[in-house]
Design a protein around this ligand. Structure first.
Ligand code: SF4
Ligand code: SF4
Length: 345
Protein backbone atom coordinates (compact mmCIF):
# COMPACT_ATOMS: atom_id res chain seq x y z
CA UNK A 1 0.00 0.00 0.00
CA UNK A 2 1.71 3.21 -1.20
CA UNK A 3 0.64 6.75 -0.29
CA UNK A 4 1.98 10.31 -0.31
CA UNK A 5 2.25 12.66 2.68
CA UNK A 6 3.01 16.35 2.26
CA UNK A 7 5.98 17.25 4.47
CA UNK A 8 4.10 19.99 6.29
CA UNK A 9 1.50 17.42 7.41
CA UNK A 10 4.01 15.05 9.09
CA UNK A 11 3.51 16.56 12.56
CA UNK A 12 -0.28 16.34 12.06
CA UNK A 13 0.00 12.62 11.29
CA UNK A 14 2.23 12.07 14.31
CA UNK A 15 -0.21 13.99 16.56
CA UNK A 16 -3.12 11.94 15.22
CA UNK A 17 -1.34 8.67 16.07
CA UNK A 18 -0.37 10.17 19.43
CA UNK A 19 -4.05 10.21 20.43
CA UNK A 20 -4.02 6.39 20.72
CA UNK A 21 -0.35 5.39 21.09
CA UNK A 22 2.88 6.69 22.56
CA UNK A 23 4.91 8.13 19.71
CA UNK A 24 8.69 8.43 19.58
CA UNK A 25 10.75 10.25 16.97
CA UNK A 26 14.39 11.34 16.71
CA UNK A 27 15.03 14.59 18.57
CA UNK A 28 18.10 16.45 19.79
CA UNK A 29 18.18 16.05 23.58
CA UNK A 30 21.05 16.11 26.10
CA UNK A 31 23.51 16.76 23.29
CA UNK A 32 22.63 13.74 21.13
CA UNK A 33 20.06 12.66 18.55
CA UNK A 34 17.90 10.08 20.21
CA UNK A 35 14.39 8.63 20.06
CA UNK A 36 12.29 10.87 22.32
CA UNK A 37 8.61 10.80 23.25
CA UNK A 38 6.70 13.23 21.06
CA UNK A 39 4.37 15.72 22.75
CA UNK A 40 1.19 16.97 21.01
CA UNK A 41 2.86 20.24 19.97
CA UNK A 42 6.23 18.78 18.91
CA UNK A 43 7.38 19.62 15.39
CA UNK A 44 8.79 16.37 14.04
CA UNK A 45 11.72 16.73 11.64
CA UNK A 46 13.87 14.09 10.02
CA UNK A 47 16.89 16.13 8.89
CA UNK A 48 19.40 14.51 11.19
CA UNK A 49 21.93 11.68 11.20
CA UNK A 50 21.13 8.33 12.76
CA UNK A 51 20.22 8.29 16.45
CA UNK A 52 23.08 7.52 18.84
CA UNK A 53 21.02 4.86 20.60
CA UNK A 54 19.42 2.20 18.39
CA UNK A 55 15.73 1.25 18.32
CA UNK A 56 16.29 -2.12 20.05
CA UNK A 57 15.41 -0.69 23.47
CA UNK A 58 11.74 -0.53 22.46
CA UNK A 59 11.54 -4.32 22.33
CA UNK A 60 14.47 -5.26 24.59
CA UNK A 61 14.80 -2.63 27.32
CA UNK A 62 18.08 -2.11 29.15
CA UNK A 63 16.48 -3.23 32.43
CA UNK A 64 13.25 -5.13 32.89
CA UNK A 65 11.60 -6.97 35.75
CA UNK A 66 10.75 -10.56 34.78
CA UNK A 67 8.81 -11.36 37.96
CA UNK A 68 8.46 -10.39 41.61
CA UNK A 69 8.80 -12.88 44.47
CA UNK A 70 7.80 -13.09 48.10
CA UNK A 71 8.43 -15.83 50.62
CA UNK A 72 7.22 -15.98 54.22
CA UNK A 73 9.41 -18.04 56.54
CA UNK A 74 8.59 -21.75 56.22
CA UNK A 75 6.23 -21.23 53.29
CA UNK A 76 6.53 -21.82 49.54
CA UNK A 77 7.63 -18.77 47.52
CA UNK A 78 5.01 -16.82 45.57
CA UNK A 79 6.01 -15.71 42.08
CA UNK A 80 4.23 -12.79 40.37
CA UNK A 81 5.04 -12.60 36.65
CA UNK A 82 5.28 -9.06 35.26
CA UNK A 83 4.70 -9.28 31.52
CA UNK A 84 4.88 -5.88 29.77
CA UNK A 85 1.66 -3.89 30.10
CA UNK A 86 -0.31 -3.03 26.98
CA UNK A 87 1.38 0.09 25.64
CA UNK A 88 0.85 0.70 21.91
CA UNK A 89 3.96 2.47 20.64
CA UNK A 90 4.86 3.93 17.26
CA UNK A 91 8.48 4.82 16.53
CA UNK A 92 9.16 7.21 13.65
CA UNK A 93 12.45 7.77 11.85
CA UNK A 94 13.91 4.27 12.25
CA UNK A 95 16.76 3.81 9.78
CA UNK A 96 16.78 0.64 7.64
CA UNK A 97 19.88 -0.74 9.44
CA UNK A 98 17.93 -0.68 12.73
CA UNK A 99 14.96 -2.32 11.01
CA UNK A 100 17.19 -5.13 9.76
CA UNK A 101 18.60 -5.51 13.27
CA UNK A 102 15.05 -6.31 14.45
CA UNK A 103 15.00 -9.31 12.12
CA UNK A 104 18.23 -10.49 13.80
CA UNK A 105 16.80 -9.86 17.27
CA UNK A 106 13.65 -11.80 16.31
CA UNK A 107 15.84 -14.79 15.46
CA UNK A 108 17.41 -14.69 18.91
CA UNK A 109 14.27 -14.08 20.97
CA UNK A 110 11.55 -15.85 19.00
CA UNK A 111 13.15 -18.80 17.19
CA UNK A 112 13.17 -22.07 19.09
CA UNK A 113 12.07 -20.43 22.33
CA UNK A 114 9.57 -17.58 22.28
CA UNK A 115 10.63 -14.95 24.83
CA UNK A 116 7.24 -13.64 26.06
CA UNK A 117 8.68 -10.32 27.29
CA UNK A 118 10.28 -9.54 23.94
CA UNK A 119 7.29 -10.81 21.97
CA UNK A 120 4.77 -8.74 23.96
CA UNK A 121 6.68 -5.56 23.08
CA UNK A 122 7.40 -6.58 19.51
CA UNK A 123 3.66 -7.15 18.91
CA UNK A 124 2.68 -3.68 20.01
CA UNK A 125 5.50 -1.55 18.58
CA UNK A 126 5.15 -0.17 15.07
CA UNK A 127 8.42 0.83 13.40
CA UNK A 128 8.05 3.59 10.82
CA UNK A 129 11.28 3.58 8.84
CA UNK A 130 12.97 6.44 7.06
CA UNK A 131 14.97 5.58 3.93
CA UNK A 132 18.40 7.24 3.91
CA UNK A 133 18.87 9.53 0.94
CA UNK A 134 22.60 9.48 1.69
CA UNK A 135 24.57 7.64 4.38
CA UNK A 136 23.89 9.44 7.67
CA UNK A 137 27.40 8.60 8.92
CA UNK A 138 30.81 8.28 7.30
CA UNK A 139 30.97 4.83 8.94
CA UNK A 140 27.84 3.34 7.31
CA UNK A 141 28.33 0.08 5.42
CA UNK A 142 24.82 -1.41 5.08
CA UNK A 143 25.38 -2.31 1.42
CA UNK A 144 28.31 -4.59 2.36
CA UNK A 145 26.22 -6.64 4.80
CA UNK A 146 23.28 -7.39 2.53
CA UNK A 147 21.22 -4.31 3.39
CA UNK A 148 20.49 -1.04 1.67
CA UNK A 149 19.57 2.56 2.54
CA UNK A 150 15.95 1.65 1.72
CA UNK A 151 15.66 -1.91 3.07
CA UNK A 152 12.16 -2.77 4.30
CA UNK A 153 13.29 -5.69 6.50
CA UNK A 154 11.95 -5.46 10.04
CA UNK A 155 10.00 -2.24 9.38
CA UNK A 156 6.22 -1.80 9.34
CA UNK A 157 6.24 1.32 7.16
CA UNK A 158 8.96 2.85 4.99
CA UNK A 159 8.97 6.60 4.30
CA UNK A 160 11.08 7.95 1.45
CA UNK A 161 11.77 11.66 1.15
CA UNK A 162 10.79 13.18 -2.22
CA UNK A 163 10.53 16.85 -3.15
CA UNK A 164 8.37 18.40 -0.40
CA UNK A 165 6.64 15.04 0.17
CA UNK A 166 7.16 11.60 1.63
CA UNK A 167 6.39 8.41 -0.23
CA UNK A 168 4.83 6.26 2.53
CA UNK A 169 4.74 2.50 1.97
CA UNK A 170 2.93 0.22 4.43
CA UNK A 171 4.78 -3.08 4.67
CA UNK A 172 3.03 -5.09 7.40
CA UNK A 173 -0.52 -5.33 8.77
CA UNK A 174 0.52 -3.07 11.69
CA UNK A 175 1.86 -0.57 9.19
CA UNK A 176 -1.29 -0.70 7.06
CA UNK A 177 -3.37 0.05 10.14
CA UNK A 178 -1.63 3.36 10.88
CA UNK A 179 -1.58 4.35 7.21
CA UNK A 180 -5.27 3.53 6.71
CA UNK A 181 -6.08 5.42 9.92
CA UNK A 182 -4.69 8.59 8.30
CA UNK A 183 -6.67 8.43 5.06
CA UNK A 184 -7.60 12.11 5.36
CA UNK A 185 -3.92 13.15 5.46
CA UNK A 186 -2.42 10.76 2.93
CA UNK A 187 -3.04 10.74 -0.81
CA UNK A 188 -2.92 7.58 -2.89
CA UNK A 189 0.48 7.33 -4.61
CA UNK A 190 0.42 7.62 -8.41
CA UNK A 191 2.67 5.64 -10.75
CA UNK A 192 4.99 8.68 -11.04
CA UNK A 193 5.39 8.77 -7.23
CA UNK A 194 6.42 5.12 -7.20
CA UNK A 195 8.98 5.87 -9.92
CA UNK A 196 10.29 8.88 -7.98
CA UNK A 197 10.73 6.71 -4.86
CA UNK A 198 12.55 4.04 -6.88
CA UNK A 199 14.87 6.71 -8.31
CA UNK A 200 15.54 8.12 -4.82
CA UNK A 201 16.47 4.60 -3.68
CA UNK A 202 18.73 4.00 -6.68
CA UNK A 203 20.45 7.37 -6.08
CA UNK A 204 20.99 6.49 -2.40
CA UNK A 205 22.66 3.22 -3.41
CA UNK A 206 25.23 5.19 -5.42
CA UNK A 207 26.60 7.14 -2.45
CA UNK A 208 29.99 5.82 -1.35
CA UNK A 209 30.05 3.80 1.85
CA UNK A 210 32.64 1.89 3.87
CA UNK A 211 33.07 -1.60 2.41
CA UNK A 212 33.61 -5.18 3.57
CA UNK A 213 34.24 -8.26 1.42
CA UNK A 214 31.33 -10.69 0.89
CA UNK A 215 29.69 -12.46 3.82
CA UNK A 216 31.19 -15.80 2.77
CA UNK A 217 34.73 -14.44 2.35
CA UNK A 218 34.75 -12.54 5.66
CA UNK A 219 33.27 -15.49 7.57
CA UNK A 220 35.77 -17.95 6.05
CA UNK A 221 38.68 -15.57 6.71
CA UNK A 222 37.71 -15.01 10.35
CA UNK A 223 37.38 -18.76 10.87
CA UNK A 224 40.75 -19.45 9.29
CA UNK A 225 42.49 -16.74 11.34
CA UNK A 226 40.91 -17.50 14.71
CA UNK A 227 44.38 -17.56 16.30
CA UNK A 228 45.72 -14.52 14.48
CA UNK A 229 48.03 -12.26 16.52
CA UNK A 230 46.19 -9.34 14.91
CA UNK A 231 43.34 -9.68 17.43
CA UNK A 232 45.64 -8.61 20.27
CA UNK A 233 47.30 -5.95 18.16
CA UNK A 234 44.01 -4.37 17.04
CA UNK A 235 42.43 -4.61 20.50
CA UNK A 236 45.37 -3.11 22.40
CA UNK A 237 43.72 0.30 22.80
CA UNK A 238 40.36 -1.08 23.99
CA UNK A 239 39.39 0.26 27.41
CA UNK A 240 36.47 -2.15 27.82
CA UNK A 241 33.84 0.58 28.08
CA UNK A 242 31.24 -1.50 26.21
CA UNK A 243 29.91 1.42 24.14
CA UNK A 244 30.28 -0.67 20.97
CA UNK A 245 27.86 -3.34 22.11
CA UNK A 246 25.44 -1.20 24.12
CA UNK A 247 24.90 1.01 21.07
CA UNK A 248 24.68 -1.88 18.61
CA UNK A 249 21.13 -2.46 17.34
CA UNK A 250 21.61 -6.23 17.22
CA UNK A 251 23.65 -6.96 20.38
CA UNK A 252 21.31 -8.81 22.70
CA UNK A 253 23.29 -10.42 25.54
CA UNK A 254 21.75 -10.07 28.97
CA UNK A 255 22.31 -10.97 32.60
CA UNK A 256 19.68 -11.98 35.16
CA UNK A 257 19.93 -11.02 38.81
CA UNK A 258 17.71 -11.07 41.89
CA UNK A 259 17.31 -7.68 43.54
CA UNK A 260 16.24 -8.23 47.15
CA UNK A 261 14.06 -5.53 48.68
CA UNK A 262 13.47 -7.17 52.09
CA UNK A 263 14.89 -10.19 53.94
CA UNK A 264 11.89 -10.90 56.22
CA UNK A 265 9.70 -11.80 54.48
CA UNK A 266 12.00 -12.40 51.54
CA UNK A 267 10.81 -10.12 48.74
CA UNK A 268 12.38 -8.86 45.58
CA UNK A 269 12.49 -8.85 41.81
CA UNK A 270 14.18 -10.99 39.19
CA UNK A 271 15.64 -8.48 36.76
CA UNK A 272 17.08 -8.82 33.27
CA UNK A 273 19.66 -6.23 32.20
CA UNK A 274 21.82 -5.81 29.10
CA UNK A 275 25.22 -7.47 29.50
CA UNK A 276 28.33 -6.83 27.49
CA UNK A 277 30.91 -9.20 25.99
CA UNK A 278 33.54 -6.44 26.18
CA UNK A 279 33.49 -6.51 29.99
CA UNK A 280 36.15 -8.76 31.58
CA UNK A 281 33.65 -10.37 33.98
CA UNK A 282 31.24 -11.35 31.18
CA UNK A 283 32.86 -14.79 30.96
CA UNK A 284 34.48 -14.91 34.41
CA UNK A 285 33.96 -18.35 36.00
CA UNK A 286 33.36 -18.68 39.73
CA UNK A 287 36.76 -20.44 39.90
CA UNK A 288 38.43 -17.21 38.80
CA UNK A 289 39.32 -18.65 35.39
CA UNK A 290 38.34 -16.42 32.47
CA UNK A 291 38.36 -18.01 29.00
CA UNK A 292 38.29 -14.53 27.39
CA UNK A 293 40.90 -13.03 29.65
CA UNK A 294 42.15 -10.21 27.46
CA UNK A 295 40.89 -7.52 25.10
CA UNK A 296 42.03 -9.48 22.03
CA UNK A 297 39.83 -12.46 22.94
CA UNK A 298 36.90 -10.15 23.65
CA UNK A 299 37.26 -8.22 20.37
CA UNK A 300 37.47 -11.55 18.52
CA UNK A 301 34.21 -12.65 20.16
CA UNK A 302 32.37 -9.43 19.25
CA UNK A 303 33.50 -9.35 15.63
CA UNK A 304 33.20 -13.11 15.08
CA UNK A 305 29.71 -13.22 16.60
CA UNK A 306 28.59 -10.53 14.16
CA UNK A 307 30.28 -11.82 11.02
CA UNK A 308 30.97 -15.53 11.51
CA UNK A 309 28.99 -17.33 14.25
CA UNK A 310 25.65 -15.72 13.34
CA UNK A 311 26.29 -16.60 9.70
CA UNK A 312 26.92 -20.23 10.72
CA UNK A 313 23.73 -20.32 12.80
CA UNK A 314 21.32 -18.28 10.66
CA UNK A 315 23.00 -17.76 7.26
CA UNK A 316 22.91 -13.96 7.67
CA UNK A 317 25.35 -11.53 9.25
CA UNK A 318 24.26 -10.14 12.59
CA UNK A 319 25.88 -6.78 11.83
CA UNK A 320 23.68 -4.45 9.78
CA UNK A 321 26.40 -1.89 9.04
CA UNK A 322 25.01 1.04 11.06
CA UNK A 323 28.54 2.14 11.94
CA UNK A 324 27.70 3.12 15.54
CA UNK A 325 30.36 0.90 17.12
CA UNK A 326 32.96 2.68 14.98
CA UNK A 327 31.68 6.23 15.41
CA UNK A 328 31.30 5.96 19.20
CA UNK A 329 34.34 3.89 20.20
CA UNK A 330 36.46 6.30 22.24
CA UNK A 331 39.70 4.73 21.01
CA UNK A 332 38.82 4.26 17.33
CA UNK A 333 38.40 0.48 17.11
CA UNK A 334 36.77 -0.11 13.76
CA UNK A 335 34.89 -3.35 12.94
CA UNK A 336 35.39 -2.88 9.18
CA UNK A 337 39.15 -2.48 9.58
CA UNK A 338 39.39 -5.32 12.11
CA UNK A 339 37.35 -7.79 10.02
CA UNK A 340 39.26 -6.84 6.88
CA UNK A 341 42.73 -7.08 8.43
CA UNK A 342 42.11 -10.29 10.37
CA UNK A 343 40.22 -12.12 7.62
CA UNK A 344 42.74 -10.99 4.99
CA UNK A 345 39.83 -10.09 2.65
S1 SF4 B 1 33.76 0.95 22.37
FE1 SF4 B 1 35.91 0.65 21.80
S2 SF4 B 1 37.05 0.88 23.74
FE2 SF4 B 1 34.87 0.57 24.29
S3 SF4 B 1 34.75 -1.68 24.59
FE3 SF4 B 1 34.15 -1.27 22.46
S4 SF4 B 1 36.06 -1.56 21.30
FE4 SF4 B 1 36.65 -1.31 23.47
S1 SF4 C 1 28.42 -4.33 14.88
FE1 SF4 C 1 28.70 -2.10 14.77
S2 SF4 C 1 28.22 -1.55 12.64
FE2 SF4 C 1 27.41 -3.62 12.99
S3 SF4 C 1 25.28 -3.32 13.58
FE3 SF4 C 1 26.47 -3.39 15.50
S4 SF4 C 1 27.01 -1.25 15.97
FE4 SF4 C 1 26.30 -1.33 13.82
Amino acid sequence: METILKKERLSEWVAQIGARATVFAPAFADGIWNFCAVAADTKVEFDHGNTVRPAKGFVFPQREVLYRFRQESGKAPELMETLPAAAPTVVFGVRPCDGRAMVRNDKVFTCGFNDPYYQARRDQVVFVGLACSEPPSQNCFCLSVGGSPHSEDGLDVLMTELDGRYHVKAITAKGREIVEGAAALLDKAQAADGKAAAKAHADADKHPQRALATMEKVAAGLKEHFDSPKWDELARACIGCGACTYLCPSCHCFDINDEITSNVPLTGERVRTWDNCQFPDFTMHSSGHNPRHDTGARLRQRVSHKLLYFVENHNIQQCTGCGRCISHCPVGIDIVRVATEVSGQ
